[in-house]
Ligand binder design. Structure first.
Ligand code: ZN
Ligand code: ZN
Ligand code: ZN
Length: 547
């Protein structure tokens, strides 16, 4: 009996210690660092178009060692930077996270607001109001927030991007820091009091050490320009270029062009801004000791320069090709630093984009593809005169922005007009206008549930509280921007189809053509870490990417 008891005790002791070990080992097996990478305006086909020219350690390393979701799409309109970053980190769309555009008309404040502006916080590391930014308008949590909650605020989150909105919306509400770049005549990485009262030493050291001047080189192609056979000719009529240089052709002497192009801000429209971003990210890994212990940290990096270059030169330009070939080398540098500092099988990376972009419409027209330019000013005039003729008032429309019309509710009441009737009348009017393909009333978008097609995308992008009374959609490849350079914003494939690569700890090698959506990324990271899903999540974890 005595022996039986001691055997029993032995069994109990062993099984508890096994349980504890298991708990510990399960926990320590979690990735030590999750790195979310956004490449602003990256189309899926940049992976394949430039594939032969990429090195082995950047994009190709992710494709060859990790998992490639080849058919990954945005599932809402509008495909802009603010909503893009919010959606990929919250696992939901503007309908729930509330970031309906980069700027939008605020119905209560009766003025246009910027998606991350916040007058309740102060700038840190910069003069003036350019640091007065926070994620206050984003209504739901990011997976980084969930990781902070899960780890009792011990796992860190750091956000980095040249663009404030890209850094802030990725990092989330509870982030230890979000840093963005103040160009103009400063050239420093800055933040706001939402995160801190002053910049940490590693940031001020970096700002002192890395003068922007050292990145303002003569921009020439990385390889012989004659070998850039994947793009159009360098000299063409579809590119904007820099002020102070007659043609949009290599080489670009950035130090000379600087004065005419926003001072240090010129860096944003060159591949060297991406190098600066990687230099800063590597310093953050060191300075914040990211991935050093067993409590998972999150680092979000967004490369903004690809977007500025795309807007300036267009999807088919040699400048875009060169920017991606150089970004590929910067990624290789980042992955090498992660191997060294965090350890090869200790971190997990995903790479995607916040939207893609359309070919320059004038170029498409030149090769007989339907495309065009929408005259926004003419549209404003025409719809306002329609309102005046029909309702006898000139101020019934408060704002037209992001392809939405906001009505003056007080005025409607004053004139005893029925909201639904007026919305309906506007839809019937504008659908007859050139280049307007579709139009919907807010009432239709909030009373019917669309599960397919462009209507689903509009509905996912429509926030009942913040969006307008009428939403319209332009014809394919019709934009309201200038006739040079590319842009984005639509629900068409050229704007929605973006890369999605996973790589590192917990990820298997493979690829799929199965359709995945941008809102699947955050729940996938939550599932990988075994933590709660972001509060407004509507995506599904992509189980097939896991080991
Ligand atoms: Zn963007
Ligand atoms: Zn060019
Ligand atoms: Zn853009």
């Amino acid at each position: 009996m005595k022996q039986l008891i001691s055997l029993f005790i032995l069994l109990v002791v062993t099984s508890t210690s096994i349980a504890q070990n298991e708990k510990f080992s399960n926990y320590s097996e979690r990735s030590k660092l999750v790195i979310g990478i956004d490449v602003d305006q990256m189309r899926y086909d940049y992976l394949t178009r430039f594939y032969d020219k990429y090195g082995e350690g950047g994009f190709k390393r992710m494709m060859n060692e990790g998992f490639n979701c080849k058919n990954n799409h945005f599932n809402y309109i509008p495909t802009y930077t603010g909503p893009g970053h919010a959606s990929l980190y919250t696992g939901t769309s503007p309908k729930y996270h509330g970031i309906i555009a980069n700027d939008w008309y605020d119905k209560e404040l009766k003025r246009n607001i910027y998606c991350v502006e916040d007058t309740a916080v102060q700038s840190v590391g910069t003069r003036g109001d350019l640091g007065q930014m926070s994620p206050v308008r984003m209504k739901t949590t990011t997976f980084g927030d969930e990781n902070r909650l899960f780890t009792q605020m011990q796992g860190k989150t750091i956000g980095i991007s040249i663009k404030d909105r890209a850094s802030i919306l990725s990092a989330g509400h509870t982030a230890n820091a979000a840093y963005w770049f103040q160009g103009k005549n400063e050239g420093n990485w800055v933040s706001s009091t939402h995160y801190m009262t002053e910049l940490p030493k590693w940031v001020t050291d970096f700002n002192k050490k890395h003068s922007v001047e050292s990145y303002l080189k003569v921009w020439n192609t990385l390889y012989d320009i004659a070998t850039y056979t994947e793009s159009g000719s360098d000299l063409n009529t579809f590119e904007k270029g820099f002020k102070g240089k007659e043609t949009a052709t290599f080489p670009y002497d950035l130090a000379t062009l600087k004065n005419d192009n926003g001072g240090h801000d010129i860096l944003k429209s060159t591949p060297y801004g991406n190098s600066l971003t990687v230099d800063f990210a590597i310093e953050a890994i060191k300075g914040e000791q990211l991935g050093k212990d067993n409590i998972t940290d999150v680092l979000t990096i967004s490369f903004s320069c690809t977007d500025y270059v795309g807007h300036n030169f267009g999807v088919n330009s040699k400048e875009v090709e060169d920017t991606y070939l150089r970004l590929d080398l910067d990624l290789e540098r980042l992955f090498k630093a992660l191997d060294e500092k965090v350890g090869k099988n200790n971190y997990t990376v995903f790479l995607t984009a916040d939207h893609a972009a359309v070919n320059v419409p004038a170029y498409l027209q030149s090769v007989k593809i339907p495309a065009g330019y929408f005259d926004s000013k003419g549209f404003d005039k025409k719809i306002n005169s329609f309102m005046e003729t029909n309702y006898g008032a000139s101020d019934l429309i408060e704002s037209i922005s992001n392809n939405q019309i906001f009505l003056n509710r007080n005025k409607l009441q004053e004139l005893d007009l029925d909201l639904d009737d007026v919305q309906e009348a506007i839809v019937n009017e504008i659908i007859t206008y050139k280049y307007i393909d579709k139009a919907y009333t807010a009432t239709a978008l909030t009373s019917t549930s669309f599960s397919t097609g462009i209507e689903r995308l509009i509905q996912n992008g429509f926030n009942q509280k913040r969006s307008g009374d009428v939403v319209y959609v332009l014809d394919p490849a019709v934009i309201s921007d200038s006739k040079t350079g590319s842009t984005h914003g639509s629900g068409l494939e050229y704007d929605t189809h973006v890369p999605l690569l996973f790589f590192g700890k917990g990820i298997k090698h493979g690829s799929t053509l199965q359709k995945t959506e941008i809102t699947d990324i955050a729940p996938t990271m939550s599932a990988l870490l075994n933590i709660g899903y972001p509060s407004g999540n509507m995506g599904k974890p992509l189980e097939f990417v896991f080991n």
